[in-house]
Write a protein that binds this ligand. Structure first.
Ligand code: AMP
Length: 610
């Protein structure tokens, strides 16, 4: 790690995190369990200060000495905060020069000092991970686009108190756009939609010559995923009361449990179509309820509609219409709610960018900016052509390539696949990048599942997989079963984290292994084909096995046995030959079946029709 390391920090209302620029692109700082988010919560207890998850876990027991949402206090006066004072359980008191302080166990602390505690914790974590033993002394910190001068100044001061030279304060939406490399657009308008736990904002940016300009910003500092949790809590408490009695009260532990269940249910409903909640109410009483995604969406609609109204307002302020927006970028954990994505897509009339983790995108963008300031060259993959082929894993671990390397972007390709098992109701789609012929030798970009396919015989469903690579290198992969219309999709940034050297070495490896790969791919195809033949023979034997003479049956059994043995081996030619022998031996069966189909067809008709 170089000496001129600059940390990119997303100092959030709910969570904070950091990233650094490396030669392979921006990288999130994670702890040894892989976690990146540090809850922006500080607990003061018995002379000890704790930050993050531990502080959050004890918030219920220690409400007056646990400080969270400090970002809401930054650069604000008591008057600014009249609406928030009631909802924050800790003691907010007037500070000097018309500012506020938090009274923590008799000590007045400014929001800057409190934020500095979080920043110092983030800085220490990064120093441990970067492992150089050196102190990290510089940072880029992000702030909402609507932050005014005093809020920005307060953020700078917090950095300074934490021992960080704040090289640049950048807007969160700008950071999100930087993480997608959208600064490389010639001239474009970008909408950044940011829905977190407790805040929402949308910003309209214009980028030209690598410079971002915020044209407008709108939002609601009291709207977010917590509102969706609250809808579920209300639904649950109403139903618990009607089942177990109106007089039922909820002690703090049950209320906290309900909050946790509600959030977990909401998160499950982002990927599942229903989720079951079980609440133990004491005295052996258990409330159990399955909530469907449709039910949740009907509760969430009004909140999501509010966000869309803000989008319309932001566009109006910028003097633009939805058709003027070239890209929509999604930020914040709550944009994982499918309804949020579908409504945003409907409003802007384009698929929003969701490829980068919405919790991490702002920190990644801050690291990109830090990298530019530190003079670290950015991953400069050419985006006018795709540097590596893109495809999906097919049966047996082979790769079906849809977009070949060096294709000019934007480009689109579709291919239709089917199922291999009778009654198969789901298909796993594994998206791969690379030149090699086997999935295990390519780079996995992502996986998703197409579910809800009606049960049909193997080979009957028609699954159309479409790859759409846009001019920014964002890959959208969708799968649709054409008979039932069931569809699923995923978005991926294929170039993310790959350097020019890595791309070159992947291409060179493919040349080095070309022959070996080709054989491996052929073997997989032959194994798949022989599996199909063996299944067909088995089926025919069940329905028409009695047409065979004992000699024919013996020959067929021997051919089947031989094919089964050969397909376990590695010799392509031997499998190919055994397939031919098995096909020949099965000929009398095939002929008998064809005769029976023909005679059935003819029987139903008059001679004149034939
Ligand atoms: P943020 O403030 O960006 O960290 O976002 C936090 C919010 O995102 C919280 O309300 C979370 O419950 C919500 N959230 C996180 N993951 C998901 C998910 N998979 N589905 C729905 N909401 C989520």
């Amino acid at each position: 790690m170089s000496d001129n390391l600059i940390l990119g920090i997303d100092l959030g209302t709910t969570n904070s995190l950091a990233a650094v620029m490396t030669s392979g692109g921006p990288e999130i700082i994670r702890d040894d369990r892989g976690a990146s988010l540090v809850p922006s919560v500080i607990a003061f207890s018995e002379g000890k200060v704790t930050v993050g998850q531990e502080a959050r876990d004890h918030a219920v027991e220690n409400p007056t000495a646990t400080v969270y949402s400090v970002k809401r206090l930054m650069g604000k006066s008591v008057e600014d905060l009249t609406n928030e004072m009631d909802v924050l359980p800790y003691d907010i008191v007037p500070g000097r020069h018309d500012t506020v302080c938090v009274n923590v166990q008799g000590r007045r602390m400014t929001p800057q000092e409190l934020s500095a505690i979080i920043l110092r914790d983030i800085k220490t974590r990064a120093e441990v991970v970067c492992g150089s033993g050196k102190e990290i002394s510089r940072a880029v910190i992000t702030v909402p686009a609507y932050f005014d001068d005093s809020q920005r100044q307060a953020t700078r001061d917090a950095g300074r108190i934490a021992g960080l030279e704040v090289c640049r304060i950048i807007n969160e939406p700008t950071a999100a756009a930087l993480a997608y490399g959208l600064d490389r657009n010639e001239d474009a308008c970008i909408a950044v939609y940011d829905l977190g736990g407790g805040t929402f904002d949308v910003s309209i940016l214009r980028v030209s010559g690598g410079v971002f300009e915020v044209l407008s910003t709108q939002g609601d500092t009291q709207l977010g995923g917590d509102d969706l949790d609250r809808e579920l809590i209300n639904l649950l408490t109403d139903e618990i009361r009607s089942e177990f009695g109106e007089e039922l009260t909820f002690p703090p532990a049950t209320r906290q449990a309900l909050r946790t269940f509600a959030e977990a249910t909401k998160i499950r409903l982002s990927t599942e179509l229903d989720a079951t909640v079980e609440v133990a109410l004491g005295g052996g009483r258990v409330f159990r309820r399955t909530i469907t995604r449709d039910e949740f969406e009907s509760l969430a609609t009004r909140w999501v509609d509010h966000t869309i109204e803000h989008c319309a307002r932001a566009l109006r302020d910028a003097g633009l219409g939805p058709q003027d927006i070239d890209q929509v970028v999604m930020v914040g954990g709550s944009t994982r709610v499918p309804l949020v994505c579908s409504k945003t897509k409907e409003f802007f009339g384009r698929e929003p960018y969701t490829a980068v983790n919405p919790d991490e995108i702002v920190a990644l963008g801050a690291a990109v900016q830090a990298g530019i300031l530190a003079g670290i060259k950015r991953d400069t993959l050419l985006l006018d052509v795709t540097p590596l082929s893109l495809g999906i894993e097919t049966l047996g671990g082979a790769v079906g390539k849809l977009i070949m390397r060096n294709s000019t972007v934007p480009c689109q390709a579709s291919e239709t696949f089917s199922t291999y098992v009778d009654g198969q109701t789901s298909v796993d789609i594994h998206v791969l990048q690379g030149e090699r012929e086997l999935a295990k030798d390519c780079r996995s970009l992502g996986k998703f599942q197409l579910t809800g396919i009606p049960p049909m015989p193997a080979g009957a469903p028609r699954v159309q997989v479409t790859f759409l690579l846009d001019a920014n290198g964002i890959l959208g992969v969708s799968a649709r079963e054409l008979r039932s219309g069931k569809a699923a999709s995923v978005q991926i940034t294929p170039a993310h984290g790959l350097t020019r050297d890595e791309v070159d070495s992947m291409v060179n490896e493919s040349y080095a292994h070309a022959m070996e790969d080709l054989n491996a791919h052929r073997l997989i195809d032959l194994r798949n084909e022989s599996e199909r033949i063996l299944k067909a023979i088995e089926k025919s034997l069940e329905t028409a096995g009695d047409v065979l003479t004992p000699g024919q049956r013996q020959a067929l059994d021997a051919a089947v046995g031989d094919l089964k043995a050969k397909r376990e081996g590695e010799d392509c030619d031997a499998v190919y030959e055994a397939m031919g022998v098995a096909n020949d031996a099965a000929m009398p069966l095939t002929e008998a079946q064809m005769d029976s189909v023909l005679s059935k067809t003819i029987k139903g008709r008059k001679m004149d029709d034939v």
